[in-house]
Design a protein around this ligand. Sequence first.
Ligand code: NAD
Length: 479
Amino acid sequence: MPDTAAATLLIDGRWQSAPATFDVVDPASLAVVGQAADAGPERARDALAAAARAARGWAGADPETRSGHLRAAAAGIRARQGELAALLSRENGKPLAEANGELAGAARMLEWAAEEGRRAYGRVTPANAAGPGLVLRAPVGPVLAITPWNFPASMLIRKVGLALAAGCPVIAKPAEQTPLIATALLEIVQDTGLPGGVLQSLTTARPAELVGALLADRRLRKVSFTGSTEVGLGLLRQTGDILRRTSLEMGGHSPAIVFDDADLEAAAAGVVTGKFFNAGQSCTAVNRLYVHESVRDDLLSLIEKKTAALKVGRGDAEGTDVGPLIDEAGLAKVENQVADAVGKGARVLVGGNRWTDSALPGHFFEPTVLDGVTPDMLISREETFGPVLAVSAFRTDDEAVELANSTDYGLAAYVFGTDLRRVWRTLDRLDFGVLGVNDPAPVRPELPFGGQKNSGQEREGGAEGIEAYTETKAVALRF
Ligand code: NAD
């Protein structure tokens, strides 16, 4: 257990502090709410050395033993969910109800990893004249898990759970905006009695320096990154002459197509939830709404009403639906997209400005709906990452699919409609890794999660999630 508030480094089974710390800020009040240890390259090398020493032992551990740790960690999160949710909400700004939902999801993910890790089967191929063949799956080795601030619990726990279940030691590098919830969760996982070196935690305010040191070391066998496309592509470029498994879960710019046969009330509710959840700071957020022109006015009047009713405020205040954005840069990006769209002819139906309250100096933006958005606007191409919905009407299904596929992203897409044949035909043609049909929350532990195009490679969750932490070995047997 960490002995001081800033002892957020876990290396070889021991919690440690560092010579320097950095401040953690509440994005609603801008108050400093804690400190985290600022690990540099030296601590990173210590962590990797510990992980490398632990790798064989953990890979050889009985899957049932590994599974037991993960189940105990899930129970630990559930037992302290209220307290953890308050911490998550304070650091990240999201409403308490969402923080609770994220933690419950993290516990479910650990339970899934605990179950699925025991089913990391290989296969036997039919014998030829010499003998049969075997396909074996072996843990890939030490993993670096780099995670973002927007879902600081679930993104971290998903990687840690799947990697540990597959038999890999992990070095977790949480986002600098949200190190405290990450530390609290990793402490729960470590306290299930994990052997030293199986799990490390490296908080840092210098991610490029720390990660660079790890990438330069051949003992690191896998990187699992969740974050922006820009940083993810940068990691790939740093590969140099060390080839290793790399999972990238990166940005998204999700479209939602609403057909004229959709249940409009359900579609409006789905779009508003899918958009304004986490103040729009989700990689799977509904950013671009394409609605059939014949139902456009009806759908927009429902969406307008629901959006105007959303309550903005501190995450821990009663009834808050939409919290602050994480920082000034996030707020300025959203503001710039709205100004660009309005300048090119979009109409503001709701919101459109910074949200202000004299008691809350944080980074708030009004839940906003923009109608008449066209492909030349910045918001049509650039990931939004804020509470702004961009709406355009379409005439034909072909046009809707073309618009939906028109960005470099391919993470999530949504289709609202009741004609199954039409929905099926559309799904087939959408270039996205995750598809929600009348469902604004398509992330489930049992489904593989991840994107196409510049949204990523490899998958997390589902059977694919364990596979991503293993190497394949083919064995030819001759008797
Ligand atoms: P980010 O890329 O700035 O940071 C993500 C992580 O990378 C953090 O831990 C950060 O410290 C680290 N990092 C930053 N610069 C680095 C560098 N030069 N070298 C190594 N590591 C570095 O992203 P963010 O702002 O924390 O998160 C928001 C982004 O994450 C959005 O684009 C969002 O779409 C994406 N995201 C994707 C998924 C997904 O599953 N596809 C999920 C959540 C968030």
